[in-house]
Design a protein. Structure first.
Length: 352
């Protein structure tokens, strides 16, 4: 079975997130058609960059992929990395490769008549506990309200994207001392500032402090913050390919490595990261095929980790109710491939 066509489908779907308002959420789905009549779906990271990612899929990835045997998807992944590195090994190139790779794993499962997690060694659980990944609200009152709402919906762990001690304190007051609370600051601080903030935040018993320094590849800085600040460090959503995670491991930079299947190089490269022996907490604030791929990986490869649920609501879900948590957890898909295809009407209505 060979690849007959590769196409990017850029989408923009309204997304609401409580007290922080609403915005358009970008998608770049990757559709792969085969000469056997099967279609696979993938997702390339595209928040605020969907046009560029779609161009990379259509102009760089597709011409090099048509004609390849679907069964050689891991070999194709390595081939694309080598051929395209001259245009920039990381970032948008890696996002586009990721989208194709996820679609090819979807096809592999469909061709075999089994869910992807069976191809990965089998699911070790039927449901995946989620943590509520809140957006940045900026006001302690709103943080407390969203935490209370998440608790009422069955979540028993929360991640913040706040920058102040007061906001973190508001969340901890709602969650109590026992429930896991994480903080992601999206590479906000210098190393000295991050160390100072970590010392201030230590009293809140954070499970981890995520991406505390800029640039995100400052591995020495990450290690210094962890050692001096006394909080476990998480990072890796902006790393691409296993080589960057290997460097982080050698530098003893992180306690939690966070590969993102839509950025790291797809399922194939995620598996290479898993072989490094790091403690994984996958980055997964997605609602497309990347979210489904993450569920399969969590079920079969990282059974101890939670799913990161981006705490908001799409105006039109791509998979009906499949990615709507019940009591703070998601079911592991059991149908062949990733387990669901995007709704055609949603693709038609929101294509951009």
């Amino acid at each position: 079975m060979k690849i007959a066509r590769v196409e990017a489908l850029p989408l923009s779907i309204p997304f609401s997130y409580g007290g922080a308002g609403a915005r358009e959420l970008d998608f770049c789905l990757v559709r792969v058609d085969t000469d056997a009549g099967l279609t696979g779906w993938g997702e390339a990271f595209s928040y605020n960059c969907r046009s560029a990612v779609a161009a990379a899929v259509n102009d760089m990835i597709a011409p090099l992929s048509v004609g390849w045997d679907v069964a050689r998807h891991e070999e194709l992944n390595a081939h694309l990395q080598k051929k395209l590195h001259i245009f920039g090994r990381f970032g948008i190139t890696a996002f586009a490769i990721s989208g194709l790779d996820i679609a090819l794993w979807d096809l592999a499962g469909k061709a075999a008549g089994v869910p992807v997690h069976r191809l990965l060694g089998g699911a070790k659980r039927e449901r995946i506990a989620c943590y509520a990944s809140l957006l940045r609200y900026g006001e302690p009152r709103l943080v407390a309200e969203r935490c209370q709402q998440a608790l009422g919906e069955g979540y028993d762990a929360v991640k913040l994207h706040e920058l102040t001690d007061e906001a973190v304190a508001a969340a901890r007051a709602v969650l109590g001392p026992a429930l896991p609370l994480m903080l992601d600051v999206n590479c906000e601080w210098s190393v000295p500032a991050a160390i100072a903030m970590a010392k201030t935040l230590r009293r809140h018993e954070l499970a981890w402090l995520e991406e505390p320094v800029f640039p995100p590849e400052d591995l020495r800085g990450l290690r210094e913050v962890g050692e001096a600040g006394g909080i476990a460090i998480a990072s890796g959503e902006n790393f691409c390919f296993a080589t960057q995670f290997s460097a982080a491991s050698q530098a003893r930079a992180v306690s939690y490595a966070q590969p993102s299947v839509t950025k790291v190089g797809g399922i194939s490269e995620f598996l290479q990261v898993a072989k490094l022996g790091l403690r994984l907490a996958p980055h997964s604030p997605y609602f497309g095929p990347g979210a489904l791929a993450t569920l399969h990986l969590l079920a079969a490869v990282v059974p101890e980790a939670r799913f990161e649920y981006y705490y908001g609501r799409l105006e039109a879900p791509l998979f009906g109710g499949w990615l709507e948590p019940r009591s703070g957890s998601l079911a592991v898909p059991q149908a062949p491939g990733l387990g669901a295809d995007p709704e055609p009407e949603v693709l038609r209505r929101y294509r951009s």
